[in-house]
Design a protein around this ligand. Structure first.
Ligand code: FES
Length: 232
């Protein structure tokens, strides 16, 4: 996991700690100095609760009393020395320019670009959830056999399709239909995929750590239990 100042990463750490996860976890943080590292004590406590956690902190302009691992900007040369697992899933949070740097550094360190998930914060163009700035193919029924499950309506996309029994999640179905959707963790933690559930009900493949707001659904890990209408 690579992070800048990272509320989503923090939520993921909380989730892992709550599960007492034994998976290998890396918390990699980059900041200018110790004053720009929020949540330091909270992160340290959560990492201490995980049996297989590691951390590495880059400070580009450390102050004399700051605690850190590497002085300077986050770099692939340093990441390479950490022994990050090549099958790691990396979650990167930070401004767009920072993400470009981190993606290059992770790739240099052996983490495939396809395993790097990003969450932008800071200055960026406005985004309307569920609406892509540059839609590709217009929304359409999924390829292959027609589903025989309950109707799933994507109202903004003016598309209703039957739920295919083999589909893993509403997000997977949206993607199969080229319905614009937003996501990051795909595991019910970050809430990036939270979408208005205008009618109907769902169940979850894994209960979210924090449930979505009333009238909303985390589409990355939900399936319909009957006809549903989504604000997508
Ligand atoms: S994509 Fe993170 S909760 Fe759904």
């Amino acid at each position: 996991m690579a992070s800048h100042i990272d509320a989503i990463g923090l939520a993921m750490l909380h989730a892992l700690a709550a599960q007492k996860s034994a998976r290998e976890v890396w918390w990699i943080q980059a900041a200018r100095d110790g004053a720009e590292r929020p949540f330091t004590a909270e992160v340290a406590g959560l990492l201490a609760a995980l049996p297989n956690a590691h951390a590495h902190v880059f400070l580009s302009r450390p102050r004399p009393d700051d605690v850190y691992d590497s002085a300077g900007h986050l770099s692939g040369a340093v990441l390479r020395t950490l022994g990050l697992p090549s099958d790691a899933e990396a979650y990167v949070c930070g401004p767009a320019a920072f993400q470009t740097v981190v993606l290059a550094a992770l790739t240099e360190a052996g983490v495939p670009a396809g395993r790097v998930h990003t969450e932008i914060f800071g200055a960026q163009p406005g985004l309307t959830p569920g609406i892509s700035a540059k839609p590709g193919r217009p929304p359409h029924a999924p390829e292959g056999a027609t589903g025989d499950g309950p109707a799933v309506s994507f109202v903004r996309s003016d598309l209703t399709v039957p739920w295919p029994s083999g589909c893993a999640s509403l997000l997977d179905l949206a993607e199969a239909c080229d319905v614009p959707a937003r996501w990051s963790c795909r595991s019910g933690v970050c809430h990036t995929c939270e979408t208005g559930l205008l009618s109907g009900a769902v169940d979850y493949t894994a209960e979210p750590v924090d449930p979505p707001a009333d009238g909303a659904v985390l589409i990355c890990s939900a399936r319909p239990t009957g006809p549903v209408v989504l604000d997508l």
